[in-house]
Design a binder for this molecule. Structure first.
Ligand code: ATP
Ligand code: MG
Length: 480
């Protein structure tokens, strides 16, 4: 992603020159290299720069795309900021498809060679009386003002292929130091828009960065204000946070802050399970298990909640061993309530709740049992259940790792059942409702009952899944 600049760039504005006095000597050479790097950009983005330049305007790449390029990660999207007004941007790209994405806020999307590039007029913002949105947004010709309204120094970098980087707040140094630091006064910035609290934690999880001390203090102080942020925005940040490679550390170190959006986490912290299966308290177990899963949102949500019902179901036997009877149901109910409140889509909630419900149920390693599970869950959800069980075991006491063998055996049986095209759902049955009606059985609930009965017989290998055999079986049942 990064190419060394072929020639020294003479027109780098003064403001991107390193703030030498604040840097340790060891860091300096590296930062200078970064500052004089040339980013390798897609042709569509290069074209957008050219078009703006040719019309007498100036555009800069800004925000996440600059940060990600410096981290040698492929940016999700390329956002630009420009001194052109939305009307001027539209005129400048009149030969291209332009979508008025948020014209009131100065954003238009330009489609170049099939790629969307968001171009937003430099903006400055008024007060934030609702703790989320600025009361007014004003266009400005001044890039500095636009950068100053951004959340973190690493997100307040701008880049132009000829002019180089604009780094007013030490963002490059912070990226190098893996540090999340607010632009300006952290308390003010968190109070303006509480979503930034969760964004800070999300970046910590995704990038593996740490919060700078004052930013951390501001996050802690302002966390109750997260309650004023819309459910959808919280859910969107939480998903990214949960799927981050450093979710364990964030979950354990920022429990109180996260508790402002998911209060069910709080009783799990430091909850000693007093059970030989467990070497961790409930929250640490959850955090370790989360990192043993692929970064798939519904799996991560499942793991976050899978044991949160434990504190409410805790009991100790005569030997002092802790038990959590019915915790899966309790966790399922907590998840259902919270995820509905966070307005997750119904399909995901249903999947997550099923996985939580069965996460602790023993699956017998036999073909019959696997077919019944496939019938109950579908193939993909059963695979998810095995994935959850595997990650769960990996976060338990070492003595119980032998359970991984059982899970591997289940995987093998599953592969066989699928490879052999075994029947485990009504659609796989060699007979259907119309066949039964043709046999003279009245259309109605009895059809469903009979088909279900046949399917169970087939799954248990009591009857062959062949049409003639099933018809005979129906006749037999009807005679009884
Ligand atoms: P991602 O990789 O998730 O897209 P991003 O940093 O690009 O991360 P976006 O939500 O796409 O995040 O926002 C683009 C840019 O807008 C950010 O980099 C930042 O400069 C600015 N920004 C976004 N949200 C805020 C906010 N709540 N407060 C201040 N600036 C923000
Ligand atoms: Mg982005």
């Amino acid at each position: 992603m990064l190419l060394p600049r072929e020639q020294p760039c003479r027109d780098i504005p003064w403001k991107i020159l390193p703030r030498k006095q604040s840097w340790g000597c060891a860091l300096l050479p590296m930062i200078l290299v970064w500052e004089t790097m040339k980013l390798e950009l897609p042709n569509s983005v290069k074209k957008a720069f050219e078009m703006l330049d040719n019309s007498g305007f100036c555009g800069y790449l800004v925000g996440g795309s600059v940060r990600d390029c410096l981290l040698e990660k492929t940016p999700l999207d390329f956002d630009m900021t420009s001194d052109a007004t939305p009307a001027e941007i539209k005129a400048c790209f009149s030969n291209y498809r332009v979508i008025e994405t948020g014209i009131r806020h100065g954003t238009v999307t330009v489609i170049i060679d099939g790629h969307s590039i968001e171009i937003t007029t430099h903006r400055r913002e008024g007060n934030y009386s609702d703790k989320r949105h600025p009361d007014e947004v004003m266009f400005t010709k001044n890039l500095d003002e636009d950068l100053a309204r951004r959340d973190f120094t690493m997100n307040a970098l701008a880049y132009h292929p000829q002019k180089g980087f604009v780094d007013l707040f030490g963002g490059i140094e912070d990226i190098q130091e893996k540090r999340i630091r607010c632009v300006g006064d952290p308390r003010e910035r968190m109070n303006e828009d509480a979503l930034r609290i969760l964004r800070a934690l999300r970046f910590a999880s995704v990038l593996g960065f740490a919060l700078e001390e004052e930013t951390q203090k501001a996050v802690n102080e302002a966390c109750e204000q997260l309650k004023e942020i819309s459910a959808e925005r919280i859910a969107a940040e939480m998903v990214k946070l949960l799927c981050g490679k450093n979710v364990k550390r964030v979950l354990l170190e920022e429990t109180t802050v996260l508790g402002a959006v998911i209060p069910e986490l709080l009783p799990a912290k430091d909850f000693d399970q007093k059970n030989p299966h467990h070497c961790y308290d409930i929250l640490t177990h959850t955090a370790v298990a989360l990192e043993n899963l692929p970064p798939t949102p519904h799996l991560r949500w499942t793991m976050l909640f899978h044991d949160l019902g434990k504190p409410a179901t805790y009991s100790r036997d005569a030997l002092g061993i802790g038990h959590f009877n019915g915790h899966s149901r309790q966790s399922e109910s907590l998840a259902k309530h919270r995820l509905n409140a966070l307005k997750l889509d119904k399909e995901s909630i249903a999947k997550i709740c099923k996985l939580i419900k069965y996460h602790d149920t023993v699956v017998e390693p036999s073909k019959k049992s696997v077919k019944r599970w496939l019938n109950r869950l579908s193939e993909s959800l059963f695979r998810d259940l095995l994935e959850i069980k595997r990650a769960d075991v990996l976060a338990q006491s070492l003595e119980y790792r032998f359970r991984l063998d059982g899970l591997a055996e289940l995987e093998n049986i599953l592969s066989e059942v699928i490879a052999e095209n075994e029947c485990f759902s009504l659609k796989d049955l060699a007979i259907n409702g119309n066949d039964l009606i043709a046999m003279g059985i009245a259309d109605g609930p009895e059809i469903g009952r009979l088909l279900k009965h046949l399917l169970e017989n087939v799954m248990d290998d009591e009857v062959e899944n062949a049409k003639e055999v099933l018809i005979e079986k129906i006749k037999e049942i009807k005679q009884c």
